[in-house]
Structures are given as C-alpha cells and as structure tokens.
Design a protein around this ligand. Structure first.
Ligand SMILES: *[C@@H]1O[C@H](CO)[C@@H](O)[C@H](O)[C@H]1NC(C)=O
Ligand SMILES: *[C@@H]1O[C@H](CO)[C@@H](O)[C@H](O)[C@H]1NC(C)=O
Ligand SMILES: *[C@@H]1O[C@H](CO)[C@@H](O)[C@H](O)[C@H]1NC(C)=O
Ligand SMILES: *[C@@H]1O[C@H](CO)[C@@H](O)[C@H](O)[C@H]1NC(C)=O
Ligand SMILES: *[C@@H]1O[C@H](CO)[C@@H](O)[C@H](O)[C@H]1NC(C)=O
Ligand SMILES: *[C@@H]1O[C@H](CO)[C@@H](O)[C@H](O)[C@H]1NC(C)=O
Ligand SMILES: *[C@@H]1O[C@H](CO)[C@@H](O)[C@H](O)[C@H]1NC(C)=O
Length: 794
C-alpha cells in the first residue's frame, strides 16, 4: 500500500524542469517555423515527438504536436483546429505573447499567452509536452495543461480542465462531445458543446467534492484521484504493456474515450499488430444507450440510429427511406428521402405509405402518443393514418407514436422492441450518388495467433506473457485490432486465407451454394456481431492475377444501397475468396417462394430496390457493369428487408471463357435473355430481360416456371401474364392477394413494365433507368407490343 501511495506521489510531484535530458533542443526567443511544404518542425530530444505545422489540405495547416516516429504521425495536440493557417503562416516565440501564430499578412490567428513574465526558452519534451519557461525554469505555459482531445502518459488534468473531441476524424475543429473535470470535483462527459440539460451528460464519476486530478500514469492507467492521492475512479482497466509501446488516450470524435497503444518499433518484425490497438474497455461501454438527451439527437444525429461496432464505438446509420444529411459526416444525422405524408384531411395518402420493420430498434425520445393493450396491426394502422407519425415503436402490446425528428436512435441485441418506420412507397430516387452509407470497411480483426509466428523466441515469450497478464486482467474480450491490409492497385482490403479460415471457423457454416462457389458465414473481429459472408470461388479460371484484381476492384468500387457490398478479397495461391457484407434475411427466392407470402407493398419495395441497383450498375457507376445473372437467388435481403443485388461481376469474371449456351435453361424460360442462345451481342439489356422475369415473379409471388402447375397455361408465368393482360384480367394474377387486388392500377402498370422487359428484341426493352421512372410513376407506361418469342417458343 505504502509503495502504491509513494508511486502516486512520485507522479504527482511536478517534474523538475532542469532535468537536462528533457531538453535537447532549447528554442530561444525569435525562433520560428513557417507553414509550407518543407517539413519544418521542432522535435523532442529523442525525436519521438515533434511540434510544427501539418498540412491538412490544399494550403491549410494545423499547428500541432505529433508522434514523429510512427508512420501515421498521430496528432496529440493542436492549436488552431477551428481556423487552419494558410500557407506561409508563421509561428514564432515572442517575449510578450509566447507562441504566436500569424498568417502571411501578419494577422494573429492564435497565441499561447503566458502566465508570467520572463520567457527565456521553449522546448518540445520527450513526454509530448511543449513548454515555455523562464530563465529560472518556471513554467509559463505548457500544452499538457491545455489538452485538445488527447492525453498522454505523465499528463495530469487539474480542476476546470476541458477535453474536447474534434469534429470528425480528419477535421480538428471542436466537435460536440467533451469531458470536463469540473471545479466541483466531478468528471463528466457531455454530448453537447453547451450544457442545456442534465440529460446531456452521458457519463459521470460522481465525485463531487472529492475529485481533484485526472492522471495518466506511466503504467498506462488513467484515473481520477482525490486531493490526498487516493484513486477515486479508474477510467481504464487491465494491464497495459508499456515497455516498447506508445500510449495515448483520446476522446474520439464520436464521444468514446479510448486508450490505445502502438509498438514503438517502426516495423512489424516484433509480431505485434501494427497501428494503434485498444487495450481497455472504452468509456462509456455502450454509447448508443448511454446518451439519452431530452433535447439533443443522441449518440448519432437526428433520424439516424446507432449500432455498436466491434470496437465498441458507435456506427451511425440511416433507417430505410432516409439518407445522410452530410455525406462526409455520418454523425450529422439523416433526412427523409421522400415527400412527407400530407396532412390535408381530404387526401390522407395512406395508400402511398408503408411501415417498414426494424427489429431490435428504438428511438426512445420524440413520443407524442402511446397506447397500451394493442396488437401490432393496430399499431401499424394507427401510425399509417396519422400524418404526424414518423415511426411507431411496438413492444409487449404498447404502441408509441414518434414524430420527426426521431432522436436517440439505437439498434442492437439489447433492444427488445421493434420499430415500424413510415416511408413513402416510392421513396427511392434513381440517383445513386446519394448512397454513401459507409460500410465497416475498417473492421478490426484480432489475430493473436499470428503474433506467435515469425519472430524470435524471446520476443514471442515476452509478448505471450504480456498478453496473458493482460488477458487475465481484462473483463471483456480483447479488442486488439489488426492492421487492415489494403491492396494499392485495387484499393480494396485484402485478407489472407488464414484470416478467412479463422473468421469462418474453418468454413463451418454454409449459407448457400451457387454456380460460382460456396458461401460461408464468418465473423470479423472478436465480437460476435460483425458478420460477413465469405464466398469461396469454385474454380480458378484462366484469367491472370492482374485481371482478377482489376475485376474485383471494379466490383469493389460500386457503392449503392441496393448492391451487396464487397468488403475485400483474398487472392493467395489457388485460393480466391470474396468477402461480402452479411445479409441476415437470406435470399429473395426463399423469401418469395417460402411459406408465408410477403405483403404486396413489401414486394413493391423489393422491385424498386432491384431496379435501382441495376440502374446504378448500368448507368451511374464509374464502370458500367452488366450483371448477367439476375434471379431471386442472387437478390439478398438485409436486416430491414432492403433488397440488394449480389454476385455482381462474377458472371463476367468467371464465365468469360465458357460457352455461352447453357443448354439446361433453354425451353424452361429461365431468367436468361434470348441473346444468350443466339449469336447476338450481349448488352445490359440481358439484365433488363431477367429483371422482367423477376418482376413477374414478384407480382404473382410464384416461380416463373412451375412444371407442376395444374393449369397448363400457367406453367410459364410470363406467358400467363401476357394472356391475362391481353384479356384485360390482370387481377387474376393476384387473385388471393387482397392488398394487391386493391391496387389494381399498379398491378396493371407493373405487368406492362414486365412485358416491355421481356421483349425478344433487346432494342425494344427499355433501359433500367426508364424502368425505374416507370415504376415510380414518373413516366407513363406505354402499351407493350406482343412479345413474339412467346408465340414461337411454345
Ligand atoms: C499507475 O496507476 C495504477 C492504478 O492506480 C497503479 O497500480 C500503478 O502502480 C501506477 N503506476 C505508477 C508508475 O505510478
Ligand atoms: C535551455 O535554456 C535554459 C535557460 O536559458 C538553460 O538553463 C538550459 O541549460 C538550456 N538547456 C539546454 C539543453 O540547452
Ligand atoms: C517531408 O517528409 C516526407 C516524409 O518524411 C518526405 O517524403 C518529403 O520528401 C519531405 N518533404 C520535404 C520538402 O522535405
Ligand atoms: C470542419 O468542420 C466545421 C464544422 O462543420 C467546418 O466549418 C469546417 O469548415 C471544417 N473544416 C475543414 C477543414 O473541413
Ligand atoms: C483521501 O480522500 C478521500 C476523499 O476525500 C477520503 O475518502 C479518503 O479517506 C482519504 N484517504 C486518506 C488516506 O486520507
Ligand atoms: C525492423 O526492425 C528490426 C529491429 O529493430 C530491424 O533489425 C530491421 O532492420 C527492421 N526492418 C526494416 C525493414 O526496417
Ligand atoms: C388540400 O387539398 C386540396 C384539394 O386537393 C387543395 O386544394 C389544398 O390546397 C390542400 N391544402 C393544403 C394545405 O395542402
């Protein structure tokens, strides 16, 4: 006990400034640095920290302190995040203002100020502290007492000190999260720049009257102490390896306080994962549920919802029918993608809206009405007919109606209710540029096993011991992150075969099997929530490494909410694997032809989803891509039943050298366009044909080809559809489907669109863009011609 107190006292005693070793480069009055492309900076004696200008963009510089010896030169302190300095700006050590930053015209942008007189020198210390001192070594200013978002070992924060998160990952201006050790002794985290309401505080130490100092000690622990040195509240836990590691604790821009370590060795020969790794559970442990603001947006912006990443940091996403307000900052919330429901009594528009289901999701605030003892259908109806209702939350017979903007949204296994979110049926627009939902591309992967490979026995042993000690002190699973490998050519994340073998537990759980290979479920990272689908390509076809990577990068560059995202790939020897986002609701084939028929409105949305995905592939994305294999088995549904096209590019990638005639398909009228069987050029119109067949299936909720159909005319649905259309009896197609029967105008429109799509002459088939407009009702559907192939093929 005595030694612990002694240890703490040692830390509390201010470091004597005269320690020679700390002062390599003394800077004297008049010394200056200029913001330009020359890397001018002042470094600490050991060279581990540097002070100077960092270029943040064209002609914009940040005056900062950073870790000089590691690759990403992580910034730990900055002066002018709110007003970047133009090229040619200068920071100078002056007798009366301390450090003064001026722009090229001599106007002051920032200055340190001084807490006394007699400034003699400045120094960048090896601790990461930059100090200004007098001849008698009295500290007149130091960066440790004025932290930005990061604290370092040896740093102590006194009462009244504030730590402010930056605005976003690369924008160093002040964001909305901060924490403060108040004058009352309490340490509190705030979700707002200015406290409006006690509900803005999302974590507190409850040490009013006793808290005195926040300390980051040399053993890598961050804790709050009382005036007498007693530890009141630890902010970190577990043992942090210190020898050979840099450490930093940061209030991330998303509001989470995290302790990171980084190996000092500049290369990975130590076997430790490169880059910064998390070593202690963050504060708060679940930010999605910790923030419950009465008048703010919650952890994420308004209308968006928070899910907890593998690294226990928040991910903000938009619900169906909503898009990000600011595509460069996912934390800025979402806006409705559609014209809101009219509140004009004469036109309630209830037929234009649908409630989409989001499981394990809640927006706890924004309630304006609630009813108990109701069933879900009642809840749906109540929200649908109420133009103020943006969403309804249903749980255990209770129905809460929520209005815009929705706030404090979260989704996760801890939520037991379900959200029914109201969207306009044709909410979706055909623009693909809006779809910048950021996928978890930077998912972390923990592979301790690899630590034990490829390095000296001694280092191994040391690391093993460190790791075991560290494990035994930890209550949660480790969040060590493995560096993400990015291929320079494809710009995509690459995986080793071993990584994917581990991620799928040895390719254990099969999700599906297709012409191109088998798909397995996998998990990236140590938490069991970050699922991926790993596709093991069946054969390695003739194309070269370069060709494969070129194709993969074309696929990887597509980014649309209706395409299954390719997260990365593995190309190692005979192994070729693709890693996709995991789609929890399986294939459209299972959904559509399964036991329970999905509702008409759900089907309409799926039609629109697929049309938009295809329209993007054909026309909007940088490289025009023909899918070649559109069928319900290749359409997948995510957690909120949004349809996404999968397997894009694979047909081209893998069938290139195969004969185009796939005999088994002929005569069964599958999804393949007639061009495939004739010597005709293949264009994007083959996808239009397949889409037409898919549309028929979605209208009728039946497979196009059903050899066991009782009525012969109904064996091939597309033909039956034409007959019904011709006889003016399209309602026969949706006979047992009440919802669809009531929507006869749309059923007829869809049938006409389908008939346009399956024209034998590719030139007659509309483009996907046109089809999207027709589906949305923006363009009138002309009367389709007789598809001659029907006549000839039967
Ligand atoms: C740092 O703090 C931890 C927790 O209070 C303590 O166990 C450890 O001894 C301290 N280390 C030093 C070097 O003071
Ligand atoms: C730095 O400057 C101070 C004050 O002039 C002086 O006492 C100290 O010795 C200098 N240190 C070095 C390493 O030059
Ligand atoms: C600045 O530093 C980078 C990285 O160390 C180096 O590649 C570059 O050449 C330097 N630029 C100048 C002008 O010294
Ligand atoms: C950082 O974000 C702020 C707030 O949105 C904005 O005003 C500023 O222009 C941004 N700075 C940069 C360099 O993008
Ligand atoms: C130190 O201060 C705290 C809070 O003020 C108190 O609870 C504790 O008993 C004190 N410990 C000692 C050893 O004085
Ligand atoms: C990696 O670090 C080790 C140990 O410091 C050193 O011997 C080796 O040369 C370094 N390798 C490279 C590529 O820098
Ligand atoms: C309500 O609907 C009527 C008839 O369509 C229209 O004339 C009127 O302008 C609408 N009022 C509002 C407020 O939209």
């Amino acid at each position: 006990m005595a030694s612990v107190i002694l240890g703490i006292l040692l830390v509390l005693v201010p470091l004597p400034l005269s320690t020679k070793a700390q002062f390599g480069g003394n800077l004297t009055l008049g010394n200056s640095l200029t913001a330009n492309d020359q890397n001018s900076s002042w470094s600490s004696p050991s060279g581990e920290f540097a002070f100077g200008f960092r270029r943040m963009g064209a002609g914009a510089y940040l005056l900062a302190i950073w870790f000089e010896k590691i690759e990403d030169k992580t910034i730990v302190w900055s002066a002018n995040g709110n007003s970047l300095a133009p090229e040619g700006s200068k920071v100078q050590l002056t007798a009366d203002g301390g450090l003064v930053l001026t722009d090229p015209r001599g106007r002051e942008l920032w200055s340190s100020g001084l807490t006394g007189t007699g400034l003699a020198y400045a120094a960048m210390l090896d601790t990461g502290n930059f100090i200004l001192a007098s001849v008698s070594h009295v500290k007149l200013w130091d960066s440790f007492s004025r932290p930005t978002d990061t604290i370092l070992p040896m740093q102590r924060l006194d009462l009244g000190t504030k730590v402010n998160a930056r605005y976003s990952k690369m924008n160093y201006s002040a964001g909305r999260f901060h924490f403060m050790l108040g004058d009352d002794g309490n340490l509190a985290f705030y979700a707002t720049p200015v406290l409006y309401d006690p509900s803005d505080i999302y974590w507190r130490s409850n040490t009013v009257g006793s808290g005195f100092q926040l300390i980051f000690n040399q053993s890598g622990q961050v804790y709050l102490t009382a005036r007498n040195g007693t530890v009141l509240e630890p902010l970190t836990s577990g043992t942090v390896p210190t020898n050979g590691f840099y450490q930093r604790a940061i209030l991330e821009y998303d509001g989470v306080f995290v302790l990171y370590i980084h190996p000092k060795m500049a290369n990975s020969s130590s076997g430790w994962p490169m880059g910064w790794s998390t070593v202690s559970p963050p504060i708060p442990p679940n930010i999605c549920t910790s923030i419950n603001q009465n008048s703010g947006s919650g952890a994420c912006g308004f209308n968006s919802y928070c899910t907890l990443g593998d690294d226990l940091r928040p991910r903000c996403q938009c619900p169906p029918g909503y898009t990000p307000l600011d595509s460069t900052n996912e934390m800025n919330g979402c806006i409705q993608d559609f014209v809101p429901q009219s509140c004009n009594g004469s036109r309630p528009e209830t037929d234009q809206f649908v409630l989409r289901e989001m499981l394990q999701t809640d927006w706890p605030a924004s309630v304006y009405e609630h009813s108990t003892g109701q069933n879900e259908d009642w809840c749906r109806e109540a929200c649908l007919v109420d133009c103020f209702c943006a969403a309804a939350i249903f749980e255990d017979g209770v129905c809460w109606k929520k209005k815009n903007p929705l706030s404090n949204g979260r989704m996760g296994s801890w939520e037991t209710g379900k959200t029914l979110i109201k969207v306009r049926i044709h909410d979706t627009t055909s623009k693909c540029t809006k779809n910048d939902q950021k996928k978890n591309k930077n998912t972390t992967l923990m592979i301790i096993g690899s630590v034990l490979l490829s390095c000296s026995v001694f280092v191994n042993l040391l690391l093993l011991i460190t790791y075991l000690i560290y494990r035994s002190f930890r209550s949660r699973d480790s969040k060590l992150s493995r560096p993400v490998q990015i291929n320079q050519v494809t710009g995509m994340r690459t995986f080793t075969y071993q990584e994917l073998h581990e991620a799928t537990y040895g390719f254990k759980e099969e999700l599906g099997r297709g012409a191109f290979g088998t798909v397995y479920k996998g998990v990236l990272g140590s938490e069991d929530t970050n699922f991926v689908a790993v596709k093991v390509l069946a054969t390695k076809t003739g194309e070269s490494e370069k060709e494969f990577e070129r194709e993969v990068s074309a696929i990887g560059r597509t980014d649309h909410k209706n395409l299954v995202q390719l997260l990365g790939y593995c190309n190692e020897g005979q192994h070729r694997l693709l890693v996709y986002e995991f789609m929890s609701n399986g294939t459209l084939a299972d959904f559509l032809f399964g036991a329970s028929r999905p509702s008409w409105y759900r089907r309409i949305e799926i039609v629109c989803n697929v049309a938009q995905g295809l329209s993007y592939l054909h026309e909007d994305c940088t490289r025009h891509i023909i899918h070649c294999d559109i069928k319900p088995q290749n359409i997948l549904l995510d957690g909120s039943l949004t349809a996404k096209i999968s397997d894009l590019g694979l047909a081209k990638l893998l069938m290139a050298n195969q004969t185009r005639t796939t005999t088994g398909v002929r005569g069964t009228r599958g999804y393949l366009a007639p061009e495939w069987f004739r010597n005709m050029p293949i264009s994007s119109k083959v996808d239009v044909y397949s889409f037409g067949i898919l549309l028929v299936e979605l209208i009728c909720c039946r497979k196009n080809y059903e050899p066991k159909a009782e009525i012969e005319a109904q064996i091939v649905m597309a033909d039956w559809v034409y007959d019904c259309y011709h006889n003016g009896s399209v309602l026969q197609l949706v006979e047992s489907d009440e919802e669809a029967s009531r929507d006869v105008k749309r059923v007829k429109g869809f049938v006409m669109i389908a008939l346009w799509c399956i024209q034998e002459d590719p030139a007659l088939r509309p483009t996907m863009k046109k089809i999207t407009q027709m589906l949305e009702g923006a363009v009138e559907v002309p009367v389709p011609p007789v598809p001659s192939s029907f006549m000839s093929s039967i």
